[in-house]
Design a protein around this ligand. Sequence first.
Ligand code: HEC
Ligand code: HEC
Length: 450
Amino acid sequence: MRCRVTRALFGLVVLGCACESAPAASLDLKPAPVGVRVEAARCESAVLGFDPARAERGRVALLETGLTGPLVPMLAMQSLWAVWGTGMPADYWVAFRARYGFGLGEGVRAVNGNQATLDCLACHQGTVNGQSLVGLGNPRSDLTLLQEDLAQLATMAGFTPPGYARLRTGARGVNDAMGLGLELSLNYGTPPTPIRTELGFQDPPAWWGLKRKSRMFTDGSGDIRAHRSMMATLLAFGVTQAELEAREETFKDVREYLLSLSPPAWPFAAPAAEAVTRGRAVFEATCARCHGTSRCDANPSTLVALTEVGTDPVRASAYGPDEVAWVNLGWLARDYPETSTGAYVAPPLRGVWATAPYFHNGSVPTLAAVLESSTRPKVFELEAGADDYDAVAVGRKYASLAAAPSSPPRAERSHVYDTTRPGLSNAGHTFGDGLSAADRADLLEFLKQY
Ligand code: HEC
Ligand code: HEC
């Protein structure tokens, strides 16, 4: 088998293969199987441990040294104001951060003297109540806008922008990283069976949840032991396959670092102890069968079929058997092949108060609205100020809109979460609806300190 991993831009799983032993071809695009069993999380498993020395090396590699290669000249990254139509702002990087949701040292990094690169933190570092948290899915990130602006800048400067595939962004913080990876893989080989490359929109899960999972990715398609699947994104940032293979030990270190992360503590007024005790009982009775009990920190991930959870189906159903078979032909999946589940992982809920907006597609802005589905806004915009956290509804402050604006400039459109669009539905997961208002209130207090 001859397999190679490709270099690409902003992709997650990027690989290509030429294989003599291709799986039998089928001409139909098969829907992913539904009806995956719901298996209760078991208590006997402990949280995954980590090697402290490796974790420290991984931290340095990820946060200090950098893992990614040069992508564009730093001068281009510094000159984007020329396409903003605002003139040169007084504090360029503050304006950069406001526009794209990440900035210098937080997703953008200087490399090789005069070059710039993007790294994991553009999508995997976010801010809550003014505190920057490594590993939090970044609810403000809009890499699509950065791609578009860089292309426009190149055109203005008289260059033809490279014809790379574009990351699709459903709304700020919610993109099709998985789908882009699959799309890019097609540049380097032809799958035995046609594959889908639009996988809806995904809100990156918080890294601190990984040590309490057995399956990676929102649909549980990856094995938690798979450092190669974890690090596949590197390829999107200018690291060649040879460099990738040479740095496999670094990837193992980074995985240990990710497993060492812990959720942040609730930074506001502590919830009342009696409400927490009552809320814990509600949690054990209503939520623990899927999310793990609060007493045992179980880590086997519970996969819940689309038919039972009822959230937006695109992501889980589009990463079907043909897509997985293609990915499994490559180096990245050789040790731990991926699986098509047709389900979503019930994520561990430690620190969940920080991870709004909720669900795999970021379609619900607060925990209160997760627990009472009739109150979920259909079209909304997250607030973006330093004071954007809602400590009462537990999540991000938002404004409801009557409808998505039809043709504002791209930069403004991306603020809007339009849950009527395919891939962004806020339906399903109605497990809190049957609770009394008092039980829901107690559950919120419990989740604040969980
Ligand atoms: C363009 C945004 C983006 C970038 C950049 C990015 N990721 Fe992600 N990442 C995602 C999204 C979106 C998901 C969730 C995809 C899914 O499972 O549906 C994800 C999932 C993951 C997961 C699995 C989390 C879980 O709980 O299942 C890991 C681990 C991860 N990324 C690591 C990395 C690392 C390491 C880097 C840098 C080398 C990186 N990512 C760069 C968007 C990104
Ligand atoms: C039948 C299994 C099941 C039950 C019962 C259940 N959940 Fe979930 N939960 C899931 C699944 C699966 C997801 C992921 C759905 C998705 O992302 O599309 C999820 C997602 C969530 C999320 C979003 C997490 C995030 O980071 O985006 C929250 C919050 C949540 N559940 C809370 C609860 C609470 C509180 C209860 C009890 C009232 C509960 N769940 C009961 C299966 C369940």
